[in-house]
Design a protein around this ligand. Structure first.
Ligand code: PEP
Length: 254
């Protein structure tokens, strides 16, 4: 059975002191308030916090993730952080293909393919993001956009490696805007993504793939979104920066 997951993407928020306080609160609250130990909880602090946060959390309950990694394995790439370095801090998952990275740092399918491979080679889990922009949604092109993003990157993996990934559908128009996709809109595209996976790798792989929704998910709408058959949890931005809100979203699973 596929895993239900709530993942927090802290983006470029919190200094080290704020980040350690947030991680400590989340850790405490997960242990105290989240009874369902099967729910996967992931936090993705900034790179600078990873080493310290890895010492603060109960890694049986919370998985540490990074928000990005370099597209090369090692070498003269000033300022970059490799997948191997992340793995050496206890990082178990890496968010890749976030729309902010695609838009502001020009990440292409080719770059993302390299990153996905490096993350898998270093025994971490890629959380692969896809999703359409507002004009593409309004033009009704969103199926094609998402298909292209998935087909040209993660469908190049072997079946065995594909089984290691999590997909996050994140409509760009809903990220950080306060505008959430309706649960029916989310279900429609999640079911479509699962169908694509089934056509490519078979029904069993499709049924076992976790597909997260991301885009202004908060405690007040999480229950409705997560009630949908093909929505297996959320990738959370803004609401992951407040421990109470993040825990409220985790508790939205029925
Ligand atoms: C995100 O950036 O992945 C995200 C979903 O952000 P927010 O929850 O703030 O919309």
């Amino acid at each position: 059975m596929r895993k239900q997951i709530v993942a927090g993407n802290w983006k470029m928020h919190t200094c080290l002191q704020e980040g350690t306080a947030l991680a400590t609160s989340i850790n405490k609250m997960v242990k105290k308030e989240v009874n369902n130990k099967d729910t996967g909880v992931i936090i993705a602090p900034p790179h600078t916090h990873l080493s310290v946060v890895s010492q603060l959390i109960d890694t049986d309950r919370i998985c540490l993730a990074a928000q990005n990694c370099a597209s090369e394995a090692k070498g003269a790439y000033t300022g970059e952080v490799s997948a191997k370095m992340l793995s050496s801090f206890g990082v178990k998952a890496v968010i890749l293909g976030h729309s902010e990275r695609r838009a502001y740092y020009g990440e292409t399918n080719e770059t993302l393919m390299k990153k996905v491979n490096l993350v898998i080679e270093n025994e971490m889990k890629p959380i692969f993001c896809c999703g359409e922009k507002l004009d593409q949604r309004e033009a009704g092109n969103y199926f094609e956009v998402v298909k292209e993003q998935i087909e040209n990157v993660v469908f190049n993996l072997s079946k065995e490696d594909f089984e290691k990934i999590v997909i996050a559908y994140e409509p760009v128009w809903a990220i950080g805007t306060g505008k959430t996709a309706s649960s029916d809109q989310a279900q429609e595209i999640h079911a479509y993504i699962r169908k694509l996976i089934s056509q490519k790798f078979g029904n069993e792989v499709a049924e076992n793939t976790t597909i997260l929704y991301g885009g202004s998910c908060k405690p007040s709408n999480a229950e409705e979104l997560f009630s949908k058959k093909d929505v297996d949890g959320g990738l959370i931005g803004g609401a992951s920066l407040k421990a109470e809100d993040f825990i409220g979203i985790i508790k939205a699973f029925k």
